[in-house]
Ligand binder design. Structure first.
Ligand SMILES: Cc1cc2nc3c(=O)[nH]c(=O)nc-3n(C[C@H](O)[C@H](O)[C@H](O)COP(=O)(O)O)c2cc1C
Length: 192
């Protein structure tokens, strides 16, 4: 490793801002997902050095998406289950890009009736693998209308909160690891 590179890599231990996009996959009128996505943004924002923002697929526009996704380090997909799958709008949004998803972690919050949205997440795990994303094992699966909420409508159920904490912890760990990995890879493959 040359001197310049050693110096650049050494400075890599600096704490960097981790920017996380929370993708709200339902675009339906009266959607239940909106409050959950806002909850996730708030949860993430409680961690130091984390910026979290809502990516509402109702506002999906290819130009803005193409500009923003490369800037983000990690994602949470908040998805309902529709006919044992996930919304078509989400597939379109994921398929619209390739490289900007690569080597970034993604976590899932799902909701539905009979399986709490878990079937939608299982399908998504296949899709994000092809996008070279790292799917976080810990996830939140909520039964619509059956979990406790606080005065803001956010989940207050102990089990859900425990799952959410585990999910966030894993996402941040992978997020920082892969942020550094991408950075070092960019340094080592940069033209001399
Ligand atoms: C077209 C459609 C299909 C659905 N299919 C399923 C399903 O297969 N399994 C399930 O558990 N819930 C199913 N549901 C229930 C949804 O998961 C639930 O209504 C949820 O609130 C939808 O998310 P949204 O309100 O954010 O759009 C379906 C709902 C819709 C509208």
């Amino acid at each position: 490793m040359n001197e310049l590179l050693t110096e650049r890599v050494a400075s890599s231990s600096d704490r960097r801002l981790l920017s996380i996009g929370v993708i709200l996959a339902s675009v339906r009128e009266g959607r239940r997902g909106e409050i959950l996505a806002k909850w996730v943004v708030e949860l993430l924002g409680q961690s130091p050095d984390v910026h979290a923002e809502l990516l509402d697929l109702r506002d999906f526009e290819l130009g803005a998406w193409t500009e923003r996704i490369p800037e983000l380090d990690a994602f949470v997909i908040v998805t309902p289950e529709y006919n044992h799958g996930y919304p078509g709008e989400l597939k379109t949004a994921l398929d619209s890009l390739y490289n900007p998803w690569n080597h970034k972690p993604v976590a899932f919050v799902s909701y539905g009736f009979s399986a709490n949205g878990a079937r939608a997440v299982e399908q998504l795990r296949q899709v994000v693998g092809e996008l070279r994303m790292v799917a976080v094992r810990d996830e939140v699966n909520l039964r619509v209308g059956a979990y406790a909420t606080n005065e803001r409508g956010f989940p207050a159920d102990q089990g859900a909160l425990r799952s959410a904490r585990a999910m966030v912890e894993e996402l941040l760990w992978w997020g920082r690891l892969l942020q550094e990995g991408r950075r070092q890879r960019a340094l080592t493959t940069a033209p001399a």
